[in-house]
Design a protein. Sequence first.
Length: 533
Amino acid sequence: MKSPQLVILPLLAICAGVLQPAFAADRVKTANGILESTTAPKDGVRSFKGIPFGQPPVGDLRWRPPQPVKNWKGIRKADQFGPRCMQRTGPGGDYWFRSNGMSEDCLYLNVWTSANSSKEKLPVLFYVFGGGFQNGDGSEPRYDGENMASKGMVAVSINYRTNIFGFFAHPELTQESPHHAAGNYGLLDQVAALQWVKQNIAAFGGDPQRITIAGESAGSISVSALMASPLSRDLMAGAIGESGAMISSLPPQPLAAAEQNGARFGTAVGAATLTALRTMTAEQVQEAVSKTQGFRFGATLDGYFLPKPLVAIFEAGEQAKIPLLAGSNTQEQSARFVLGPGEPTPETLANAITKFYGDRADAVQKAYAAKTTEEVYEAARHLASARFISHGTWKWTELQMKSGTKPVYRYLYARVRPPYLGMPGQPPPAAPAGLPAGPQGAVHSAEIQYAMGNLILDKRYTWEPADFEVSKQMQAYFVNFIKTANPNGAGLPNWPAYTSGDNYQIMRIDVESHAEPEAHRNRYLAIDSALAK
């Protein structure tokens, strides 16, 4: 007679000498076919990686809007991140990839869900990576959705085409387009991914009517554009922007100028026609970009994805009328981007402002007036951050507050991250040469791991107990907003909406977070006035 254990052994796995239940394949039926993950749930979260949401944009599909993914037969494995899109940045510094290599075939997304069935209708987080529209990938550990999903939601990270592959414009591309548009293919990838999620997220237990789009840097800039575009503004219920808006940060170039840039590039690399450019391999295109100076590819005012500039769209109230949570960090760029190699004196600061704004500098000079060395560093750091990205973020929240009809919540992130130790298994990087930077703040992109609850995944820093407390609080604010359209909740300092009636209160996020009136609103107003003239 067989032992009872032999009957059940096929259903068990032996690990370190201990019998444990084996994980049965987890399958989800989407509109395109069945996905299967054999990755065991962690903390109640199931994961599905490398899900295609568009056809590979290769060959004749290079520099075209993403085409709907073709249905597949049988079972498609969803255990591994898809390839990252073509880019020149490798792992290291601010990028740390887990993707399956790099390829022009890169239109994949990833889903983490805490739902046990398709009937739960959990809120959905749709996260867009940053990288200046030049680099980045949805597989980066800082964007990992497992921890967010464990808080009672479905989390999604996506890929989209970057640099020349995602933002190339050319007269021939405009001519072949039924919309008479070119460029913005990376942004159209984001729209396609959002549409795919809208159609399929219910199969993962998500609610397609409760999608919050979020992103940092170029991802935040994308969020502002997705809110404005007629192609996507009806696909979301809320938005989170971390440092960036397509206003004064990476603003869209007029289509004619973008076409000329593309035509000049083709001529410079010996491929003057679109056919010749599409005949090149992805590696040849990328190498040509790296060897050719003076060309950068970004968003375009194409008349299709973006019919007009964002400010005009928001001022007309034509954007998504949804709750918005957005903010900036205390040091998006260092004071040296304003002061240069000069001494940190009031004269150095004043001369820099005059150089930046010319005959429009008076109001900016008054707003950034400083007397002591400490005041000069603080003002220069704020101005450098504003010119880089925080003024555009501020303007976005102002416009949404005035015409969006739903609450806006604004933050200032102030927690200074521990020093960077380098990639795991590599020696720490050498200290940078040059003049001392002066007092430091929370640098650009520092908040991502905190907000997503992913400090533990990032071994490049020695996190302190206080870092985990800041992360716990910031993530709770984000989770509450995704679930209820309001960041407030039990055990958290009250975060008032950003309104003129409440003295423009913002939430300062740090070891001791608290709401406070915006300290330097006059500075943003002065910059805004100078830019408007």
